[in-house]
Design a protein around this ligand. Sequence first.
Ligand code: HEC
Ligand code: HEC
Length: 471
Amino acid sequence: MTTSGRIFLIACLLALLAFAALACEPATGEHQPTDDGAYGDDSLVVDDGQPMAGGDATVFDRSASAFSHPAPNLTDESLALHERGRQLFNQVFSADSDAVFFGLGPMFNNTACVNCHAHNGRGMPTFDEDEGHSQALMKVAVPEDFGGVPDKPGGPLPVPGIGTQIQDHAIDGFVPDAKLTLAYHSRQVVYADGSTVELMRPDVTITPIAIDEFPEETMTSYRQGPPMHGLGLLEAIPTETIIAWSDPDDVDGDGISGKVNYQFSLDGEDLLIGRFGHKNSNPTLFQQTANAYAFDIGIGNQFFLDPMGNNDEIGEEEIELVAFFLATIGVPARTNLDDPKVIRGEDLFDDIGCVKCHISTVTTGEHPIAELSHQKIHPYTDLLLHDMGEGLANTKREFNAGGAEWRTPPLWGIGVTHTVLPDSGFLHDGRARTIEEAIMWHKGEALHSRELFRNMPKEDRDALLAFLNSL
Ligand code: HEC
Ligand code: HEC
């Protein structure tokens, strides 16, 4: 299948079964410094008085471009690689064979990385025919007893004639897999003090185009793109630290398990720990990028074929540059640290157990990008999968992750989400219009925390929200 590409790991990962360290290749690429000078902005000078959300990779900008800065500690050489990766990330692909960036599709969801991660922030959870592209993805699979061969060992089984992701757009002369339409149902939830909040639940209708009908057994999972800042620091959290945080059998009896997802390396030979994607289904930024090119844009590469079986529409060096860019985007510093309400909110966040999954502080290990190594960071995630209850569940499994299990998203920078993209939403499918709604969707392992929040007086709820908005 598509898994025979040579191994390349941009992060130092452990072969988990053997617990043996794999060789770590530094990111390569042409080391051509640019004299772009675009990043010499004084507003990004490090201020020791602020907790450095991303360690030395923290940036001081909470405007709409908060996620658009390279980590300020990059060397000139790294900055040049970052810049080259940024250009590729922003590159729109075309079906026109005269274009430099040619090879779009023939089936695709969108035409550029940045179109689903605008301003390096999260995507919108939308399917939009009129714009010629969609920002949300609908992943699909059939159950094991249906038959078929997974793309990757242990991975999801493709829906015959479709694959594992619905491409809802196609270039001229081809048909998309299906048309996707979105509707919302609302319901009220009530706080202990009698006030209410309205929660919106999405419902996606799949109308097949490329096949007559989807098998009845088809499992689905609808998602929006997460934001892009600080991802290299997440890649640099030591594997052993994440495993130590996990408690799959809830041995400590606190109702919170937290498990790692495992999946195969690009050559299918090693089992690695997942860190990226809402179900942790990609172990490295390199793998996530190679996968996104093939499945989201239809740009086949040696690691993942596009829907037509092409494998040569983008090279390894370009994928590495994009992964380098993603790894080195800075994290916005926190704000309003002296505000008593924020201080109170932070205490509440700890007291009601939010911090058990949204772990506040960790130190990164060795990363091939030296600037990311040994940084004390405040990502507010354990990078583990948690059962979040039926309300948030999809029907599709992904490797070790069940339908109701989602990766704890990092909360750093969450306070600028609406500054970066005003209409964007929270949770894996953007259903929550506000942070408050996102909290009220927490059930499963997070039910206890959510209930403590629901029972708080309004003043405390506001303090907790003020804290989250300070991140
Ligand atoms: C059609 C929209 C779309 C396009 C185009 C797209 N993405 Fe994404 N991206 C998503 C969605 C949706 C997810 C969540 C996937 C999942 O949960 O498995 C995602 C996840 C990611 C993640 C994981 C982030 C995290 O916190 O786990 C990275 C990194 C990423 N995309 C980078 C890219 C790059 C690089 C490209 C271009 C090669 C790209 N994306 C193209 C929608 C898109
Ligand atoms: C059991 C682990 C767990 C606990 C406890 C928990 N969370 Fe979460 N949190 C998650 C997971 C997993 C998600 C992602 C769910 C999804 O995408 O459907 C999430 C999502 C969020 C989001 C949305 C983030 C985004 O980028 O869209 C916010 C905000 C949040 N949590 C805040 C809180 C607060 C505040 C508390 C305490 C009241 C809390 N969480 C307790 C695991 C947890």
